[in-house]
Design a protein around this ligand. Structure first.
Ligand code: ZN
Length: 289
């Protein structure tokens, strides 16, 4: 397997020779980030939140450019960041039996993160149904990343095409936090920039989000609803846009912070289980025996 000469290390979004303004923006973002404390990684009743980081893990095996950025797969830096934030983390990938998502694994998962792109069609329909059930009935949180917008599971939960505009031109993205009181906003600045990204543009064909947390602006002129929260049954879903496979987005500390906050928000709340069906009255109904 191809390995770069040295292990990949995050060097900032600013490439050598970039403008002083770009370097300043990156430095300011880091200062704000490290001034805030990581959340404790605990859910209701003080139990550790259990996260499964799912990755299609195909681009990394097929493309040297992607391997240079994510030599062990992009699930590795995502899982590492979430572990550092205090969560109990495991990973799962498409080519494992049951895509690594057995009933048992899902039962032990509070929040599932999902990255896929080139092999959405290879995800088995019965596994998609299993994940959907676990979200809607079991209350598992789901964080859908970047090109996961076209995954079977996201489209099933949204009920729309989930299509959008895109362009791969390594342009700048500025993410604006438009809901500062939202739990996902904890410790984050009003806006932050990613220097080189793939553009996603509106219209993004999703139902209106229950809560919109981030809106992105792109250098080329488009805008995008890049942080969207949904409630489906007992479960919570957070779609977060950044994360193209050829850019080191998941090594970026601000992105990692959003993911850590997203897990805390999406984790099950410990609310009551579903209780449906025909019921006897709780109080006596006058005139009825
Ligand atoms: Zn992409």
């Amino acid at each position: 397997m191809f390995r770069p000469a040295a292990p990949f290390q995050y060097q900032g979004e600013v490439p050598p020779g970039a403008s002083a303004a770009a370097a300043g923006r990156d430095a300011r973002a880091r200062k704000v980030l490290w001034a805030s404390q990581f959340i404790a990684g605990k859910g209701w009743l003080g139990m550790a939140i259990r996260v499964t980081v799912w990755n299609e893990f195909r681009h990394e095996k097929k493309n040297e450019r992607v391997r240079a950025v994510y030599p062990d797969g992009m699930h590795v830096p995502i899982a590492g960041a979430l572990r550092e934030a205090g969560y109990e983390v495991r990973t799962a990938t498409l080519d494992e039996p049951d895509h690594g998502l057995s009933e048992e694994v899902l039962e032990q998962t509070d929040v599932l993160t999902w990255w896929g792109h080139m092999a959405h069609g290879e995800v088995r329909d019965d596994i998609v149904a299993r994940v959907q059930r676990r979200v809607v009935e079991g209350g598992m949180g789901l964080i859908v990343l970047h090109s996961g917008h076209m995954s079977k599971i996201f489209r099933a939960l949204m009920g729309t095409t989930c299509m959008l505009k895109w362009r791969e031109a390594a342009e700048r993205e500025r993410l604006w936090l438009v809901e500062p009181s939202h739990p996902i906003a904890r410790g984050l600045p009003e806006s932050f920039e990613l220097e080189h990204v793939e553009m996603y543009g509106e219209r993004f064909d999703i139902p209106a989000p229950d809560e919109l947390v981030f809106v992105s602006w792109f250098q080329g002129g488009e805008v995008f609803r890049s942080g969207c929260c949904f409630h489906r049954g007992r479960g919570r879903i957070f779609y977060f846009r950044p994360g193209h496979e050829t850019f080191p987005i998941y090594h970026h500390p601000m992105v990692q912070k959003v993911l850590a906050n997203g897990v805390a928000w999406a984790a099950p709340t410990g609310g009551p289980a579903n209780n449906f069906g025909n019921k006897k009255p709780l109080e006596a109904l006058p005139g009825r025996s």
